[in-house]
Every structure is written in C-alpha cells, then in structure tokens.
Design a protein around this ligand. Sequence first.
Ligand SMILES: Cc1cc2nc3c(=O)[nH]c(=O)nc-3n(C[C@H](O)[C@H](O)[C@H](O)COP(=O)(O)OP(=O)(O)OC[C@H]3O[C@@H](n4cnc5c(N)ncnc54)[C@H](O)[C@@H]3O)c2cc1C
Length: 502
Amino acid sequence: MKIEKICIVGGGTAGWMTAAGLAHRLQNSNIKIDLIESNQIGTVGVGEATLPHIRFFNNTLGINEASFMKETKATFKMGIEFCDWGKLGDRYIHPFGDFGMPINGIEFYHYWNKLRLSGDTSHLGEYSYPVVAAQLGKFRRPDTDSSKIESTFGYAYQFDAGLYAKFLRRHAEKIGVLRTEGKVIHINCNNENGFIESVKLENETVISADLFIDCSGFRGLLIEQALKTGYDDWSKWLPCNRAIAVACETRGKSLPYTRATARKSGWQWRIPLQHRTGNGHVYWNEFISDDEAAHQLTNTLEGPALTEPKQLYFKTGKRRVMWNKNVVAIGLSAGFLEPLESTSIYLIQEGITALIELFPDKTFPKSDMVEYNQRMDLHYERVRDFLLLHYVATQRDDSEMWNHFRNLKFPESLQDRIDSWLGRGYIARYEFGAFLPPSWVAVMNGQNLNPKAYDLRVNSSSSLEITQKVKSLSASINHAVQNTPDHQSFIELIGASINGTT
Ligand SMILES: Cc1cc2nc3c(=O)[nH]c(=O)nc-3n(C[C@H](O)[C@H](O)[C@H](O)COP(=O)(O)OP(=O)(O)OC[C@H]3O[C@@H](n4cnc5c(N)ncnc54)[C@H](O)[C@@H]3O)c2cc1C
C-alpha cells in the first residue's frame, strides 16, 4: 500500500520547497515526484522576507549559505522594525531573539518589568543584542557559546523569492524531481470516493499519482476547485485585502531588518535585498482606493522605482482543511495571512514538515489527516492572533481603520494572551506556533501595553543584584555591538556578496 507517486501542482516558492523537501527526505524510498508548473500562469511574484526557521530548512537540504545568498541576492534579517503602530512616531524592533539573558533561570523581561514599575524609563529594546546591532546596521552569526550575549538571537534572510524557487528547482531536479511544463486544464476524480486520480494538461498529457500536493497558489486548483473544501474567512479580524508591490533602488546603508510602517488604511513594507529594495502597501480597500494606495506607496519610495507597481488581491483566512482526501494544500492554496510578520514561507515549511512526519500510505489513514489538519490549524490561528495583536494594540485614532481596530472584538485566544501579559507580564509558551514569548513581549511592549504588576519570581533576587546585572548587561551589549561587523561587510566576508556578479 506504499505511495509510489506524488504529483505537485505548482512551481512557486511552495511547489519547489515542497519538491526539494520531499525529495530529500524520501530519498531511497523509491517514490517518484512530479512537479507541474505553468510559465503561462506564472507565480505570485512576492514573498521576500522570512523567519529564522528557513535556515533549518536550507540546512536540512545541505545548502551552502553563501552560495544560496549570492544566488538569491539575499541579505540577513535580525527582525522587523515597526513604525507608527502604537502611536504615530512610535518605533520598535521585534527581534528574532531574546531581551537580555535570564537571571536565576527567569527571563530578563520580568526583571525589566519590575524596574519599569518602580520608575525606570529605559526601553526594553536597549537590552536586546539583536535590536541594538540591527539598529546600527551590524550583523554577525550567533555565537555558539550560550554564555555570551552574542548567542541570544536567531536570524533569517530577505531574498528574491523567484530566484529562491529557481535555486530549489535545480536542487530538487538533481535529486530526482521531474518537472513538467504545462497548464492543468482538467482534474479527474474517482467516481466513488472523490479522490483525485490524475490531472490533464493543455497538451493532452495526463499525469496520475497517489498523492497530490496543491501548490497552485490562491486559486487552489485541486483543494478548492476540484474538491470544494471550503475556506474559513478571517477578514472580520484581518480585513486588509489588497496590496501593491514595487521594487526600487536602495539608498543608504544595508540594513539587516525589514520595516513595516503603519499607514492610515493599512501598512507599508520595506525589504532590503542586495540589489534592490522591495516595497509594498497592504491596505483595506474599504477606506482607500487602489489609485490612492499606489500613489502613497510610490511617493514614499527611497529611490527610483525599478518595476511597475503590481496589484494583488487576497482574502485572509485558511482552507477549512488543508489535507482533504489525497490532496494536501501547501502555500497560498492552503490559506493567506498578510505578510506583516513574514510568516507565509514559514507556514509552507511547517506544512512540509508535518506531511513528512505524517506521511501516509495509499489507505490515507484518517488519523494522519486529522493530526495534520489540527496541527496546521493551530499554526495558522496562532499566526493570525499574533498579526491581529499589531492592529488591536494601538492608540491611534487618526483614521477610520484605526478606529475600527480599537473597537474590534477579537478571538478569545488573543484576549487571554493580552490579559495575561497585562496582569503580571506573563506570556505562555505554545507547543505549536512560530512565535516564542519574546516576540509577543516585543510587540505588546512596543505598542504600549504595559503590565500592571510584575512576576513575583523576580523577588528572589535583591534589588541591588538586579541593578548590577542590568548594568553589566548593558555594558556587554555595547561591547559586543562595537565588535560586530557592518552588515554589508559581513556579507562580503563570507563570500555571499553579489558585487561583481550582477
Ligand atoms: C502581497 C504579498 C506579500 C507577501 N510577502 C511575503 C513575505 O514577505 N514573506 C513570506 O514568507 N511570504 C510572503 N507572501 C506569501 C508568498 O508570496 C507565498 O507564500 C509564496 O510565494 C508561495 O506562493 P505559492 O507557491 O503558494 O503560489 P504561487 O507563487 O502563486 O505559485 C503557484 C504556482 O502554481 C502554478 N499553477 C497555477 N495554476 C496552474 C495550472 N492550472 N496548471 C499548472 N500550474 C499552475 C503557477 O504557474 C505557479 O507555478 C506574500 C504574499 C503576498 C500576496
């Protein structure tokens, strides 16, 4: 009953990540993997910022970091800077890492919270090595010695997603994935159980398989158009439904972070790559026209535009189930959550990881499907809550959109988390979910949600001990950052620069 053939429909980031991931993990299992993609249709053409998890994906495939960065024109990313979210003029970085280092086994932010309540006015970000380094445009890889402050962070990349798909394609083809160019025009389902048996291309080629992976993008060719799985619409919470993207020339120093600036009817991204800067305006069309959104974007570019503005339409939410019969949806076909925290590629990766772990046989056991769907639901729901936090933790009252969010009733799961933070600065750790407590702390703190009390565990250290530790932490961060190279120099140092090769 072993699966003998897998067919992946779609060759965007999701399709090629899935192909490379499955081919690598299922090597020597004698399973044939076909991937169908259509140049005529193309890919969504955005998706440049990532989370640190991508490093584990690349490492598993044995990808060399410097050559990957060179080929995808990538920069390093230590976090995301949020501008104007809490109040106009506010600015904070959500770092991929910790604030300080634990004292007596308790997270540093609890101590800082106690100091804040007793009148200390320092910012939490001052105690984060990745925040201070990123702000100064510096980067190095994390130290492997966990006693050092330079070990307290992770990092991701900002890259050209189209080039990443091409890079993975070469990798996947080398390990046996067979690519077919063509447009799927018909899907054949079994009359009795509704399972997909084969797909037919425009040129009459028929490709059959036991397991189909739908990586066809927003259209959800197999999971929705063929299987009518249904979509959980989350736009009542995350109503932004359009985006305009445009690349421009970079001005100034190469920064190791993405920026997300809140606007009156949405927000704008800035993603610096080695050869250009990606920009986009995500907005809610109820409050702004497409023309005005494009105008606002193009008016705030730091350098001349390099591409024509590209318009995108979406509806936030997720497929009711992501594994239905013999189809697993991965990527945009599985759902979409706006790119505020660069989570889509991470969700692709989680889909691949869960599929490999729960890899079925031809009987498609219900238990595997249920487990997969529950796990992916949790991932999507937790990302949704985290994104929504940015919108609802606001004091802005300068536009209809912000007034809407200040009065929004949001999911209980998010309310509980906010309440527990406001109570004593506590954030529970999830088993499944992209974001660890420091990420939640970064956003809540950065957007002015201040706990009323502190965690009593910190009283086990005397005030003198806390003050001394905080002082020495500041000194070690300043010292470490001084010794951290500039981001651009580090890219050159490791042989990942595209200079001279463009
Ligand atoms: C505005 C915006 C910004 C984003 N920013 C980020 C970001 O910063 N970070 C991040 O992680 N993610 C981001 N994303 C999400 C990211 O773009 C996607 O998750 C990623 O590109 C994967 O897309 P995909 O492969 O699922 O779909 P697509 O790129 O749309 O690929 C679909 C594939 O299916 C093929 N196909 C479709 N129909 C057929 C057919 N009939 N026959 C044959 N082939 C077919 C197409 O040819 C294509 O190869 C963003 C998305 C949007 C909309």
